[in-house]
Design a protein around this ligand. Structure first.
Ligand SMILES: Nc1ncnc2c1ncn2[C@@H]1O[C@H](COP(=O)(O)OP(=O)(O)OP(=O)(O)O)[C@@H](O)[C@H]1O
Length: 354
């Protein structure tokens, strides 16, 4: 395996506010390979932004080692490169945010040109490069527009062009699609994926939206209370979530939650249990529910069903209520597990109360 392009080892970040101590990041180690789209998910306050801000030392860790593209930026409690070097290395790490942070008084092209003010290129070459970048994000024809004349999605594309101006190897996206509608969100995510494939850009994607990660990421880390509680290849984590919070994220697509909320699940009968089933490509076309009935004579009703594509592979999710006596329900779960279905009993009301 190639050396990681980002290697965070044993990172801690502690904030002191008067007498209060906030351990925003606790003992986190994360290795990101070149070409990864690494999704970092977690609820608000989990420590996602603080963690990724340590990558370019916008946030200095209290403890730990930060290595980017082979350069150790931070170890032994201190910055290991000069401020000048850090400034130039930071230009190789693009960042985009929820708020696009564009200069509203200047045109689109000037917004991108601004990022090249430290570049060695002459004026003509800078302009040529800026137009190429705007072309890359599909905005060449709007180069002379002002940000207010653009939609939110278009403004975010300008900020992506600006973030790419200094040919970064890494792009950090901190909730960059949170303020956008679903269509613009998907366009931005697809653009990140295209850039990843076309120029090999490594993307660190912070979000509280699992759907964003599912659409483009190949790896995922789940954060809670400053810690990474689960990480790995997207499909592995999706198909075999170990932690309760991960299960909530995995099964927590908005459509599933909305659908479950519409049922009054407090009123399951004594002989009924609610399960989430997740199954991968080979099982997608099998009728698991029919098999349950044919083989075990166990009835199950479907509350929610969905098949989606994860890193190019179809993955099915079902929420079903299984009916029968305890023995039958246990047999049904065993049968499902033997059929390579990941089965999670849903008895935690949080999944539809979030
Ligand atoms: N500069 C700071 N001083 C004190 N506490 C901070 C500071 N920055 C972050 N925190 C605290 O650290 C914790 C983690 O915050 P962080 O912004 O990293 O979470 P997050 O997962 O990115 O959430 P969000 O998506 O809401 O930003 C929170 O409790 C936050 O209040």
């Amino acid at each position: 395996m190639a050396d990681p392009i980002i290697n965070l080892q044993d990172i801690n970040v502690t904030f002191k506010q008067g007498k209060k101590v906030v351990r925003a990041v606790q003992d986190v180690s994360l290795a990101i390979q070149p070409g990864d789209i690494y999704g970092i998910v977690g609820y608000s306050g989990a420590g996602k932004s603080t963690l990724v801000r340590t990558i370019n030392l916008l946030q200095k860790p209290t403890d730990g080692t930060v290595t980017v593209a082979g350069d150790t930026f931070f170890s032994d409690h201190r910055q290991q490169i000069s401020n000048k070097e850090l400034q130039s290395k930071r230009r190789k790490i693009g960042m985009i945010f929820q708020h696009f942070n564009l200069l509203n008084e200047t045109s689109v092209i000037e917004n991108v040109l601004f990022a090249l003010k430290h570049s060695d290129l002459d004026d003509d070459a800078q302009e040529k490069k800026t137009l190429e970048l705007l072309d890359l994000v599909g905005l060449k024809d709007k180069a002379e527009f002002y940000p207010v004349q653009l939609s939110g999605g278009e403004q975010q594309r300008v900020s992506i062009a600006r973030a790419l101006a200094n040919d970064p190897q890494i792009l950090i996206s901190d909730e960059a699609t949170s303020a956008l509608d679903p269509q613009n969100t998907n366009q931005i995510l697809d653009l990140l994926k295209r850039l990843n494939q076309k120029i090999g850009l490594t993307v660190v994607l912070i979000t509280h939206e699992m759907d964003a990660v599912k659409r483009v990421a190949n790896k995922i880390a789940v954060m809670e209370h400053g810690k990474i509680i689960e990480k790995g290849a997207l499909q592995d984590v999706f198909l075999r979530p170990k932690e309760e919070l991960t299960r909530q994220f995995v099964g927590g697509s908005l459509a599933a939650i909305d659908t479950l909320k519409a049922f009054n699940l407090d009123h399951l009968n004594d002989n009924e249990e609610l399960f989430q089933l997740v199954y991968n490509g080979n099982n997608v076309t099998q009728s698991i529910i029919v098999e349950l009935y044919k083989r075990l004579n166990v009835e199950a009703s479907i509350l929610y069903g969905n098949v989606e594509v994860l890193s190019g592979q179809p993955v099915g999710t079902l929420f079903i209520v299984v009916k029968g006596d305890k023995g039958q329900r246990d047999q049904a779960v065993d049968f499902l597990k033997q059929s390579n279905v990941t089965v999670t009993k849903i008895d935690d009301r949080r999944i539809w109360n979030e």
